[in-house]
Design a binder for this molecule. Structure first.
Ligand SMILES: Cc1cc2nc3c(=O)[nH]c(=O)nc-3n(C[C@H](O)[C@H](O)[C@H](O)COP(=O)(O)OP(=O)(O)OC[C@H]3O[C@@H](n4cnc5c(N)ncnc54)[C@H](O)[C@@H]3O)c2cc1C
Length: 277
């Protein structure tokens, strides 16, 4: 849809041009700024944004979508779901088998896949954000560019703090997420539940077991922010259920009632536990 309050569009092509474009004083969040980064625009242009007067298009910055290095995989914030899903993972990184089901968990058409970005999905911070699920499950670290020209790092689990809430401060952009090689060698298991075949995820549960035997379970979509449960080894059923019972609130919206979300998450978690045991 047309965003008829937006009167300016900036398309910086380098960091120097980006700095200051997004406003913001370091350390001071300002939700009324009226300026937003634009990535794929699949959400920004899907509903009225009356607070916005300026968009800063990140796609002209020309960040390489995917960089394979010895220490892991760097995914640019502007990497599209299409680019990510088409990536051929090196054989020694079996955990990247999670990429396809996570991309498919965003039940949009190819038009959305071709445009929606990994960074846009994480920064939007919807409970059913499948790039958040992928990133948290693989212990991804976010690289954030600050408006003063600096940068900081935090895990994606720390970045996404609630429904539509992130730890980004005014003027900050997510530059990339880094999936460490140490987690990419893990065995993984993926489960997703939705009320309808093409419906938004009601629960996404991902398990990971690394070479040392550590077991990590990540729950998204059923909760308002990602929950990550780590055990030094595969836990017993009761231990896992007890950990999940510490979730204070199960998410409630038309895509699933809290009691259903809790029940289905426990079921999927137990399937994953058994599969990775
Ligand atoms: C049919 C359909 C189905 C969908 N299903 C889902 C779904 O299942 N789950 C889900 O989570 N979403 C869903 N969406 C919403 C949306 O399409 C996705 O979340 C998408 O990944 C957003 O990415 P984008 O690049 O289009 O973001 P944009 O629309 O460009 O931006 C989204 C938000 O993130 C901010 N932003 C973008 N990039 C950055 C950055 N690098 N740094 C800081 N802030 C940034 C923007 O300012 C904006 O607030 C769906 C949309 C449609 C149309």
């Amino acid at each position: 849809m047309d965003l008829n309050t937006v009167t300016a569009l900036h398309r910086p092509t380098g960091r120097a041009e980006l700095n200051g474009r997004l406003g913001g004083e370091p350390g001071r969040p300002d939700p009324d700024l009226g300026i937003a980064p634009l990535a794929g625009g699949t959400w920004l242009f899907s509903q009225p944004q009356p607070m916005l007067h300026t968009l800063v298009d990140l796609t002209a910055l020309g960040w390489p979508p995917l960089i394979v290095a010895e220490d892991g995989l760097e995914i640019a914030a502007t990497c599209t779901l299409h680019e990510l899903a088409g990536f051929t993972a090196p054989e020694h990184w079996p955990a990247l088998a999670l990429v396809r089901p996570c991309c498919a968990a965003l039940a949009g058409s190819f038009k959305i896949w071709n445009t929606a970005t990994v960074g846009g999905n994480i920064c939007l911070a919807l409970p059913a954000g499948p790039m958040t699920s992928l990133a948290v499950a693989l212990d991804a670290v976010a690289l954030v560019w600050t408006p003063d020209g600096g940068q900081r790092r935090l895990t994606v689990a720390e970045l996404v703090v609630g429904e539509r809430r992130t730890g980004l401060l005014a003027g900050e952009v997510l530059r990339s997420v880094h999936l460490p090689a140490t987690t990419l060698t893990s065995r993984t298991a993926f489960r997703r539940a939705a009320l309808t075949a093409q419906g938004r995820s009601g629960s996404v549960v991902i398990g990971r077991r690394d070479a040392q035997g550590q077991f990590v379970l990540t729950v998204t979509a059923a909760v308002d922010r990602p929950y990550r449960f780590a055990f030094p080894f595969v836990p017993e059923s009761v231990e896992l259920a007890a950990a999940l019972d510490r979730v204070p609130r199960w998410y409630d919206d038309p895509h699933g009632a809290p009691d259903w979300r809790r029940a289905v998450t426990l079921l999927l978690a137990e399937e994953i536990r058994a599969e990775l045991a």
